[in-house]
Structures are given as C-alpha cells and as structure tokens.
Design a protein around this ligand. Structure first.
Ligand code: PMP
Length: 322
C-alpha cells in the first residue's frame, strides 16, 4: 500500500485485498501510518511469541455520532495483569495507555464498528528466549470489525481434542501471544470439521472455553460459566455477563463444568470482545435446548447490545465516547 494512498484516505478505512485497517497506528512511541508500523524478522516476539495483547471493541453509537469503546479501562487493567504474570513492564502507566488509545481512536475517526488491538512485545533482536533479558515495546492498531462469529444463527461447535493450555504451562489468564497457537490449532481443526468454532477442555477434563471466547450455559434456570480456575482467560465480557445476570436477577454461578453437562444444557452461548454474545445451537452434534436461542440468552444478548450501542444509560460508565 503506497503511503500517498493511505494519507488520502486518512479519514476512512484503508482497504487492502484481505484485511482492512485504519490509517493510523501507535508504534515506537508515536502515531505513524499503519503500514509503516513494522518490525524486523529478528524481533524476539516474532520468534518466540513473547508478547501480551488486548482486544477492545468500539461500537457505533445509537445516534451514529460517535463510537463507544467498551470497558477500555478494564481491558488495560487486564493487559497490565498479563504483563505482571510474565514479569515484564512497559514504559506507560494505565492512564497513559487509556489516553494513547483514545487519542489514536479519535485520529482514526472510525465510522464503523471497530476493533482496537494493543500489543506489548519483546522488541529486542535477541536470540535467547530468556524473558528477563527482553525489553517490551508497545503498539496499537485498529481494524473495522463486524461479527467475528455469527450472533443470530446459532453456533455449531465441536469439543476439541487439543487440550487448553494449563496455568503452569502457558497461563490462559494472561493474554500471551505465543499461547494462541493453542487456540489456532483448535479453531483450525474445528473449522475443517465443519464447526464454527471449538470448545476446549482443561487438562483434567473440564470445559474451559472457546478458542477465543468464554463459555456460558443455562441449566435449570441457572446461568453457569466455567470457573476462573479452569484455564480460561478472565474475559471482560464474561465479567460483564455475570454482572448483567445479577442485575436481571438471574442466578449465576462460576464453577467447574463437565463435558456432558454441555450436551444436556438448556441454553449455551459464547462471550468475548470478538464473539460478543453468540448463542450455541449444537455441540458435537448434540442439539442444545430446542435449537433456538433460549430465553435467558436472548435477554442477556439484547441487554448487551443495548448497552454497547449506548441505549442503556445505566451502563454508560462502561463506554468511552470518541
Ligand atoms: N478467552 C479467550 C481465549 C480469548 O481470546 C478471549 C478474547 N479476548 C476471551 C476468552 C474473551 O475475553 P474478552 O471478553 O475479554 O474479550
């Protein structure tokens, strides 16, 4: 992509054949044209997956006049926790990360739903995987993003025979770039088998989560999600849904889930920044409920989309307008 083209289209999305992206990125301490934000093949993070990332959504507001970034501060609290788990720091405070992101989003002038991808990565040309020797750079880019998984058709999922990474291997609680090979293997094999996505089990056989989303099910009127001790990423959307269930007076529980409980669940859905709230129609060929979106899922999904579009004033504290 030639620089001149991107500059001309600066207020819109830069279009390439496969991926579309917004024109400005934050890279090595400043805002640059996205296509100039490049690293060397010698970068340690590229070689070993030594990076931490985030994924944040911006939703076009009901009035269409602004974009609502969802739970921006909470995403950066998790980002910093991920860094802490791998015992690294970056040169920016939580407040600075938030304000850099707001400034970049404003500069990109999104007029579509979008996805913001912050990443802290080992930028050294260092051949050793020794994390203690490495310095972490911080960068952000933005892409337009509609549905990552269908939210209204009913997902067909398969339980993967790739086991979810364990806390003492690569902690799923930290959003570590290298850990995503685990998700990639599960997702790719699931798609090859005709599923929309995979569900993954823990090393001791409990249901963990999807390849890039948390799992919820309803049994006997109770909303249940996998325990945070079941090798899951502690999703911001997961936390949101637990809070909404409380507000809607739906009993909710975090606990270990057996594989076969999923098969006989009354309702089930995935949650995540990408996945949003996407209901599940089938798992391993077993129909969930009556193959329609269930009443509890529907209620939660509706409230979620009302909130992110800014139609629910009570939750406006979760939104950052740009
Ligand atoms: N689990 C995994 C493995 C993920 O990649 C994601 C997406 N970030 C989630 C769960 C959902 O997390 P969140 O709601 O914070 O996006």
């Amino acid at each position: 992509m030639k620089k001149a083209v991107a500059v001309k289209e600066a207020a819109t999305v830069v279009k390439m054949t496969k991926i579309q992206y917004f024109p400005f990125a934050f890279f090595e301490g400043k805002v640059v044209m996205t296509e100039l934000a490049k690293v060397s093949i010698m970068t340690n993070a590229l070689q070993y997956g030594n990076g931490i990332f985030g994924g944040i959504r911006g939703y076009v507001s009901e009035s269409k006049k602004s974009v609502n970034i969802f739970r921006l501060k909470d995403h950066y609290y998790r980002f910093i926790s991920s860094l802490k788990i791998i015992n690294k720091t970056i040169n920016y405070s939580h407040n600075e990360l938030v304000s850099i992101t707001i400034d970049l989003a404003k500069k990109n002038k999104p007029d579509t739903d979008c996805y913001i991808r912050p990443i802290a990565y080992a930028s050294n040309f260092e051949i050793s995987p020794d994390l203690s020797m490495l310095d972490f750079e911080f960068a952000i880019y933005m892409i337009p993003l509609g549905e990552y998984l269908p939210v209204s058709k009913g997902l067909k999922l398969g339980i993967s025979n790739w086991v979810r990474i364990n806390d003492n291997m690569i902690p799923a609680r930290a959003k570590v770039t290298g850990g995503y090979i685990n998700s990639s293997l599960a997702k790719a094999d699931a798609v090859k088998l005709g599923y929309d996505d995979a569900l993954m089990i823990t090393i001791d056989g409990h249901l963990a989560e999807g390849s890039a989303a948390n799992f919820f099910m309803v049994r006997d009127g109770k909303l249940i999600t996998s325990s945070r001790y079941a090798d899951v990423l502690e999703g911001i959307t997961r936390r949101t849904i637990i809070q909404l269930a409380e507000d809607l007076e739906i009993p909710a529980e975090e606990r270990l889930i057996d594989r076969t409980e999923v098969y006989i669940a009354d309702e089930a859905f995935l949650t995540g920044t990408g996945a949003q709230v996407a209901w599940i129609a089938e798992v391993d060929g077993r129909i969930i409920g009556n193959r329609k979106i269930g009443p509890i899922t529907e209620k939660i999904q509706k409230l979620f989309f009302d909130i992110v579009r800014g139609r629910e004033k009570k939750y406006s504290g979760w939104l950052t307008k740009v």
